[in-house]
Design a binder for this molecule. Structure first.
Ligand SMILES: *Cc1c(COP(=O)(O)O)cnc(C)c1O
Length: 436
């Protein structure tokens, strides 16, 4: 049987010669120019996703904002795009704050997350002018209050609340359940406690509440459930403490299509449904709907990314399985090793040969260094062929490592058919640069 191809994203196609094109650009000349492994981003697709989100929130809410959860991919060029598109951002570390600042991002529109901000993080972020802190727990709230007070400033904060919702996704990316390491749970009374505490401290200004139930979520109901729990909480706090939240952040997590069997989420429609529910439910509760924030990461950049590899060793173990090794691996894509994530992998040059079931593996000294198991590739696949692993724009470069002292691949942006280097390839010198 010939390989039946799955073009899971509209920015992919084959040209007349059968070569795979991404964002309208043929892939083999890029491999030639930059080498492999190579991360590519279709900038037009990223901008399109930002505009879909911003357009939808402006249409369906009276007041709402979209923050790009930059841990999905956090390099300077991306922050520039977010600035140009009018997106807010989430940051989770001093490194992300530094990069965003370098890109000229106005940090007064940045939200600082993480479940364990050190004193140094807090000092750095306040001094950098980060607009909002999303506070995970009481200990952190005291630290922010103390450091803000030392500097004579009032720091705006949102409190991260755990709504007690199971998003039905991978355990490692589920964050909304009561026993999560993130946030303060409503169910245990800790959410109420931390709210009273925030209102009593003089150098923090409570702006509202935040929740994020998880990532790679396909069930739209999850957001409606979270919105209901959070609005009930907003109302409860208003009744008990006479504090009405100005902002309610309902997190990110919209699922993305890695393989054909996964659905494609209609962002505009999902936001329309969430908005209709929240507006009606706030009315029912008799409260003004706070400004609603969304924090998409993956769904902004995932399918705008692709990784190009060159095939090396092809090993067939008769009666067992066949391995196709590529020149990257868990160092540039740890997601199969972490979550068993599915991927679509396509040959860059179309082949007329029969398809064969193979496992695509990396070159690290680790048996778990697998990009994908038991997928179809043409049986002609051999050393020197180019393979494209699709949907690698989110949580790939940002999760990459130098295990085995492998240099990280470069990142190249494609815009209007033109390629431009955003991050150069690491060299052996780079890998030793910090060794004193
Ligand atoms: C990771 C994260 C997001 C983004 O999740 P995606 O699945 O990439 O959309 C949003 N908010 C918080 C707090 C996060 O930790």
């Amino acid at each position: 049987m010939l390989l039946k191809e799955k073009m899971i994203c509209p920015n992919l196609e084959r040209d007349k010669s059968g070569e795979l094109c991404f964002g309208g650009v043929r892939l083999s000349p890029l491999a030639e120019k930059y080498g492999t492994p190579l991360y590519l981003y279709d900038e037009d697709r990223i901008r399109d996703r930002c505009r879909t989100y911003i357009g939808a929130v402006n249409k369906y809410f009276e007041s709402a904002r979209v923050l790009y959860a930059s841990k999905a991919a956090s390099f300077t060029r991306l922050y520039e795009i977010m600035r140009e598109e009018g997106m807010g951002i989430d940051v989770v570390s001093i490194g992300e704050i530094y990069s965003a600042r370098k890109a000229g991002f106005d940090l007064s529109g940045a939200y600082f997350h993480s479940n364990n901000k050190t004193d140094y993080d807090v000092e750095y972020a306040i001094d950098a002018g980060v607009g909002y802190f999303v506070v995970d727990n009481a200990e952190e709230l005291y630290a922010i209050d103390r450091i803000a007070s030392e500097r004579g400033v009032s720091q705006k904060v949102l409190l991260r609340i755990t709504p007690g919702i199971d998003p039905h996704t991978y355990a490692a990316v589920a964050t909304g359940k009561v026993d999560s390491k993130f946030g303060s749970a409503i169910e245990t009374g800790q959410a109420l406690e931390i709210t009273s505490l925030a209102l009593s401290l003089s150098s923090v200004k409570l702006v509202g509440f935040h929740c994020h139930v998880g990532s790679q979520v396909f069930d739209a109901d999850v957001y409606l459930k979270a919105a209901r729990v959070m609005l009930d909480f907003v109302k409860d706090i208003f009744d008990r403490l006479d504090f009405l939240a100005e902002e309610l952040d309902i997190g990110g997590g919209f699922g993305v299509r890695y393989v054909e069997s996964q659905p494609e989420i209609d962002i505009d429609k999902s936001i329309m449904e969430v908005a209709a529910f929240m507006r009606a439910y706030a009315r029912e509760l008799g409260i003004t709907l706070p400004t609603v924030l969304f924090e998409p990461g993956r769904s902004i950049v995932a399918d705008a990314g692709l990784t190009l590899y060159t095939v090396g060793t092809v090993k067939r173990i008769p009666g067992y399985k066949s391995y196709v090794s590529v020149d990257g691996g868990m160092t540039d894509n740890p997601r199969y090793a972490l979550y068993g994530s599915p991927y679509t992998i396509l040959p860059v040059i179309e082949s007329a040969s029969e398809s064969e079931t193979v496992s695509v593996v990396g070159r690290c000294c680790e048996s778990g260094d697998i990009i994908q198991e038991n997928i179809p590739l043409p049986s002609s696949v051999s050393r020197g062929d180019l393979l494209a692993c699709l949907t690698t724009g989110a949580y790939h470069y940002s999760m990459s490592s130098n295990y085995n002292k492998l240099p990280r691949p470069p990142v190249v942006m494609l815009a209007g058919g033109v390629d431009k280097l955003a991050i150069r390839r690491e060299t052996p010198e780079d890998l030793c640069a910090l060794e004193v």
